[in-house]
Design a binder for this molecule. Structure first.
Ligand code: HEM
Length: 579
């Protein structure tokens, strides 16, 4: 096209445009003119999208695609705010007229459904056709945990689903059904017969580590509660799943695991190693330590080392790890290198959220002397002089007050974005639907802070504050319980404590309280997490006095919806053994 043609096509119509009344369009360089045209086209397109967005939100028709969230730049869509200001962006894109809502966003050419309104989320968790978003798993295994491409091709090819019976049309070999094999292992380990022995191993090891602490009945100053829990409680939990050998032959493993946890936001943002090499170095160190451990465990393990509990052993640590060694290494393209990435993911899943939420539960108990007194008196009433290790975790988790404290900490601090997809069928969600192949994201952080939902005792305990009793229901007090009276689900029966005692329940809150995600892919470690937190509160309050030094707790905001944020500043405290 020559320059004359350009003028004919581009500049002449622009002369009539009112926004440039005084501009001599011919005088402008060609690129400016093209720029103006593009800007106007984008602005027009944006305006149109805004109108349609409002129309769709106000429409009462059922079974619609969720409204498309307006964006200025077509392919890029909301990529920049999504990556750079994730929490705020999600909050804006999934609310409408002050209420949680659902929408559709575009991020670098990929369409994502954001489901946040309670009715839709409730239906979403029940949808049977939803399955693991394999492309998302592949992304995470590659970019967070460094799995090599050969093993990822086996993952990508797995269209057989997570159920024991493979999906119709799938001809993936049994040994390559990674989705199913992975979930089956987790289910057995954390929700089946291995739950009790794993919880017991945590209790025993934590008690031993606390016994060994260099703390007397005189006060000892400590610089940071986070660091204290990471070192002592983190190691106990890791050891409950992975056994003592991993830490014995790799004394820096725990430290590196927490450095890795701090690095996750960099990896999530795909910041390359030449910009920030440290996350990649830490990850490599951890993967190498895992491979060294495999070698050691293979040389030393035999079946007769398995503990009496039928699950643990001193080398591999648990049936889950022995199972993964067998199953993963049979799959095509898997080797120790790939396995080390899968195990790193499990290390992170095991301690990454359970330890910070346990620390925060203990923190809130010790910070409030009246609450500490109630916790100690409650434990005394329930277990009297029973020694700590004789406490049955299945009984401990029935404690209403302790359960409420943990649930409230999870509500207040856990911010996770859960991904689900439906590769084989459309999903009907009442007002909205998600077409086959769609991927959806649900964020816990937003529903956890919904001012219109949680009971605040008329503003006395705002949603952004910790209230130990938020999840406690007193049968004689209509205004108690986690949910505001006006929005309670009338079909849901109120939890009732025995003999008029207060009670705890999260039944009916699935679409609002979701620290563990929901539906088929809900966190398999949630039962273990509750045992870990409640036992730790029991141990710390029985054995120690802790005084938190005056400070203001401020959490970071960098973790990108991947769990609990780290406090911005160290939490100094002093500790002594109780006489
Ligand atoms: C307070 C503590 C915890 C929180 C808030 C938490 C949260 C979550 C969330 C949100 C997911 C993703 C669910 C989804 O994609 O729908 C998840 C997955 C997972 N969690 Fe947890 N978790 C916790 C503790 C644990 C513990 C203690 C373990 C293991 C001992 C564990 C093991 C896992 C595993 C293996 C997965 C992956 C499951 C899968 O791929 O299907 N979690 N967790």
């Amino acid at each position: 096209m020559n320059s004359l043609d350009w003028k004919a096509l581009v500049t002449l119509p622009l002369k009539k445009v009112a926004v440039l009344p005084y501009a001599q369009v011919e005088d402008l360089p060609k690129f400016s003119v093209i720029g103006v045209i593009i800007a106007l086209a984008l602005a027009f397109n944006y305006g149109l999208q805004v109108i349609i967005y409002h129309q769709q939100n106000l429409s009462l028709k059922e079974q619609q695609l969720p409204p498309k969230y307006p964006t200025l730049i077509p392919w890029l869509g909301s990529a920049l705010p999504f990556l750079l200001d994730n929490a705020n962006f999600l909050r804006t894109a999934s609310s409408y007229a002050g209420e949680l809502a659902s929408s559709r966003i575009t991020v670098a050419g990929k369409e994502l459904y954001l489901f946040q309104d309670r009715d839709t989320v409730r239906r979403l968790w029940k949808a049977q056709s939803l399955s693991s978003p394999i492309p998302f798993y592949v992304h995470v295994l590659k970019h967070f945990f460094g799995m090599h491409n050969r093993a990822l091709t086996t993952y990508r090819a797995d269209n057989s689903g997570a159920s024991p019976t493979p999906n119709n049309n799938s001809n993936v070999l049994e040994k390559n059904r990674l989705d199913y094999l992975t979930h089956e292992g987790f289910k057995r380990a954390f929700t089946g017969p291995a739950l009790a022995p794993t919880a017991r191993r945590y209790m025993k090891d934590l008690a031993r580590r606390c016994e060994d602490l260099n703390v007397s009945d005189d006060w000892t100053d400590m610089p940071d509660l986070v660091q204290f829990f990471r070192t002592v409680h983190g190691a106990a939990l890791l050891q409950a799943v992975f056994g003592p050998s991993l830490l014995k032959i790799n004394p820096d493993f725990m430290d590196d695991a927490w450095k890795f946890d701090d690095s996750i936001p960099w990896l999530a943002r795909l910041v390359p190693s030449f910009v920030n090499p440290e996350p990649y170095r830490t990850r490599e160190r951890l993967r190498n330590q895992l491979k060294r451990w495999y070698k050691y465990a293979r040389e030393n393990f035999s079946d007769d080392c398995i503990y009496e509990d039928g699950d643990g052993d001193p080398y591999w640590g648990s049936e889950l790890i022995r199972y993964q060694q067998k199953k993963y290494l049979q799959a095509d393209n898997f080797d120790d290198d790939a396995l080390a990435s899968a195990d790193l993911a499990l290390v992170w899943g095991t301690v990454g959220n359970a330890i910070p939420t346990t620390m925060l539960s203990v923190y809130h108990v010790f910070k409030d002397p009246a609450l500490l007194k109630r916790v100690r008196e409650g434990l005394e009433a329930d277990f009297g002089q029973t020694t700590l290790l004789d406490i049955d975790p299945a009984e401990l988790i029935k404690s209403t007050l302790l359960s409420s404290i943990q649930a409230e900490v999870l509500r207040l601090y856990v911010n996770v974005c859960v991904m689900v997809s439906s590769p084989h069928a459309d999903v009907s969600l009442g007002r909205w639907w998600m077409p086959k192949g769609g991927t959806a994201l649900v964020s816990s952080g937003m529903t956890h802070m919904d001012n219109n939902y949680w009971n605040t005792r008329d503003g006395l305990y705002p949603v952004r504050s910790f209230w130990a009793d938020r999840f406690v229901t007193y049968s004689h007090d209509q205004s108690s319980g986690p949910v505001q009276l006006a929005v309670r689900d009338k079909r849901q029966s109120e939890p009732r404590g025995k003999d008029g005692k207060p009670s705890f329940s999260v039944q009916g809150l699935e679409a609002s309280w979701m620290p563990y995600g929901g539906g088929n892919a809900i966190c398999p470690g949630r039962f273990l997490a509750k045992r870990v937190t409640l036992f730790t509160i029991a141990l710390m309050t029985r054995e120690f006095d802790i005084e938190i030094r005056p400070h203001t707790l401020e959490m970071g905001s960098w973790k990108f919806g991947m769990g609990v944020e780290k406090p911005k500043k160290p939490i100094a405290f002093r500790i002594r053994r109780r006489k």
